[in-house]
Design a protein around this ligand. Structure first.
Ligand code: XIL
Length: 466
C-alpha cells in the first residue's frame, strides 16, 4: 500500500524544496485473421504528438514549465510541438509572486502564460495556498492578519490572471502522510484551523468564477488513509455547496511508491463525487520498458475515467527535472523520445515511429522509410500497421525489423512474410511476393499483438531496401 511516503523520496523531496526555497528567497470489428490478408481501416492519420492525441480523446496533455528555459530552442520547440497545456513549475508560488506583503511580481509567471496563450495551450495555475515555498513573513502573522493576507493573495493573483487559467490548485498538500488522515501543520492550519481550506475555495470562486478550482496532493493516487481523508473533505464540500470543481493527483512515482493497482478506481471514486480529476505532476523514476509500462498504466487509467480531463508531466526533459537523477520524464536530457514517450503516445491513440524507428538505410541509393500506427486495440491485443515508403528511387525489395517488448507476442500477421529470431521477440518482415515500389510509393503490412498485460509499443527498426 502506498500510505507512507517513502523515506528516501521524502528526503529527496525535502532537499529539492529546500533548494527551491534558497533559490527563491529570493477493429472494433474483432476480426482475427483467419489467414492471409485482412483489409482493415486504419485511421487516415492518427495524431502524432502527445497534445494532439490527447485532444482527440477530449483531454489535454501538459508539462510543467520553467520560465528560465523558454529561451532554449530545443526546450521551447519540444514543448510547443508535443504539449497543449502548461503548469508553471515554481513561478506562481507564493514566494515567487508575493515575497513582500502586498507587493506582487508576476514577471516570470506572465512569461509562461503569454507563451502558452500564443500557442493555444491551457494553463494550470499552481498554487495559491501551500505550506511550502511560502515567504517567512506569512508565518509571522497573527490569525486575523493571516486570514486577510491569504484572501488578499488569492484574490490578487487570480484577478491578475482572470480569463487565462483553466484550473487553479487553490490549496496544495494540506494533508499529512500516513494513517492519521489529519491535516498537515502549516501557518494556515495552525492559526486558522480546518476552515481555512473552505475559506480559500470560497475566496477563489469570488475572485475568478471562470477558473476551475482544484485541491491538489501527493500520495493520494491510490485508495489509502490520506486519500480517504481528502475524499471525505471533497464529499463534505459538495454536500455543503463549498465551491470545488476538481481534484489533482500529483502522481510522483518511483520503485518505493509505484503506480497503485487501484489508481483508476481511486480516480473514479472522486469523479463520482461530482468533480473532475486531473493528473497534475506526473513523473515516474526509472527507464526503458518498465518505466514505459508504468506510464502506459497511468494514461490508461485517466482515459478510463470520463471525468479525468487531462494529464500533466512534471517537466519536459530529464535534464531539468526536480528528480533529474531518477530520469522520470518522457524526453531524455538530449530531448530524445524515450520508450515511455512511445507508450504514452500509442496509449493516447496517436502514432509515430516507435523508439528507434522510422529511419532508412540501404545501398546504391535504394532507401525506404517506415511509419507505425496502432490501428485497433482490444483489452488483450492490438493491431499494428507499418507502412513502408520507397525513397528517391524505385526499389525492388525491402525488409523491416519489428521488436516486441516481452511478454508481448505476435499472434497473426498479414500482407508480409515474417521470420523470427530465436527469442521470438524480433520479427523481420519482408514482402509477400513482389517487393517493388515506385519512387515514393507505399505498401503496408500488419500484425496482431497479444499484450499479455504489457502496454508497450513495438520498436520499428530501420527499413532496408535494394
Ligand atoms: C517542485 C519543483 O519542481 C521544484 O523545482 C522546486 O524546487 C520544488 O517544488 N509538489 C508540488 C510541486 O506541488 O510544486 C513541487 O514542485 C513538487 C511536489
Amino acid at each position: 500500500m502506498n500510505t507512507n511516503f517513502p523515506r528516501e523520496y521524502a528526503t529527496l523531496r525535502h532537499r529539492a524544496l529546500r533548494r527551491a526555497r534558497k533559490a527563491l528567497v529570493i477493429g472494433a470489428t474483432g476480426i482475427l485473421a483467419a489467414a492471409g490478408v485482412i483489409s482493415f481501416s486504419a485511421p487516415a492519420s492518427a495524431a502524432s504528438t502527445l497534445g494532439a492525441s490527447a485532444a482527440a480523446k477530449g483531454r489535454y496533455f501538459g508539462s510543467a514549465v520553467a520560465a528560465g528555459h523558454l529561451g532554449e530552442s530545443q526546450y521551447a520547440s519540444t514543448l510547443d510541438t508535443e504539449f497543449n497545456a502548461v503548469t508553471p513549475e515554481n513561478e506562481m508560488k507564493w514566494d515567487a509572486v508575493e515575497s513582500t506583503r502586498n507587493s506582487f511580481n508576476f514577471g516570470s509567471a506572465d512569461q509562461i502564460v503569454s507563451h502558452a496563450q500564443g500557442k493555444g495551450m491551457k494553463v494550470r495555475g499552481h498554487t495559491l495556498v501551500w505550506y511550502s515555498q511560502l515567504p517567512g513573513w506569512v508565518g509571522g502573522l497573527s490569525a486575523g492578519d493571516l486570514r486577510s493576507a491569504m484572501n488578499n493573495h488569492i484574490t490578487k493573483v487570480m484577478q491578475h490572471y482572470q480569463g487565462k487559467i483553466y484550473a487553479w490548485d487553490v490549496v496544495n498538500e494540506a494533508f499529512q502522510d500516513g494513517s492519521s488522515g489529519a491535516r498537515r501543520s502549516s501557518p494556515f492550519q495552525d492559526k486558522l484551523g480546518n476552515g481555512y481550506i473552505e475559506e480559500a475555495f470560497r475566496t477563489a470562486r469570488a475572485a475568478d468564477s471562470g477558473a476551475k478550482l482544484c485541491y491538489n496532493d501527493y500520495n493520494t493516487d491510490g485508495v489509502n488513509a490520506k486519500s480517504d481523508a481528502v475524499y471525505a473533505m471533497v464529499k463534505d464540500f459538495k454536500a455543503r455547496g463549498v465551491p470545488i470543481d476538481c481534484v489533482g493527483f500529483q502522481s510522483h512515482f518511483n520503485s518505493q511508491s509505484p503506480v497503485p493497482s487501484d489508481y483508476r478506481a481511486n480516480l473514479q471514486r472522486f469523479a463520482d463525487l461530482g468533480v473532475d480529476v486531473q493528473i497534475t505532476e506526473l513523473d515516474i523514476e526509472g527507464s526503458g520498458s518498465a518505466q514505459a509500462t508504468s506510464y502506459g498504466n497511468v494514461v490508461t487509467a485517466c482515459l478510463n475515467v470520463t471525468r479525468c480531463t487531462g494529464m500533466t508531466v512534471w517537466g519536459v526533459t530529464d535534464k531539468y527535472s526536480w528528480r533529474s537523477s531518477g530520469t522520470p520524464l518522457l524526453f531524455d536530457s538530449n530531448y530524445a523520445k524515450k520508450p515511455a514517450y512511445a507508450t504514452v503516445l500509442s496509449t493516447l491513440g496517436g502514432s509515430g515511429s516507435g523508439s528507434g524507428g522510422g529511419g532508412s538505410t540501404g545501398g546504391s541509393g535504394a532507401t525506404c522509410t517506415t511509419t507505425y500506427t496502432r490501428t485497433a486495440s482490444w483489452s488483450d491485443r492490438y493491431n499494428g500497421q507499418v507502412t513502408v515508403t520507397a525513397g528517391n528511387s524505385a526499389i525492388s525489395d525491402w525488409a523491416v525489423q519489428v521488436t516486441l517488448a516481452s511478454p508481448q507476442k505476435v499472434s497473426t500477421t498479414w500482407s508480409g512474410s515474417p521470420s523470427w529470431d530465436s527469442s521470438g521477440n524480433v520479427m523481420t518482415m519482408k514482402p509477400n511476393g513482389n517487393g517493388s515500389l515506385a519512387t515514393g510509393a507505399s505498401t503496408s503490412f500488419g500484425f496482431t499483438v497479444m499484450t499479455n498485460g504489457s502496454p508497450a509499443v513495438p520498436t520499428v527498426g530501420s527499413c532496408t531496401a535494394s
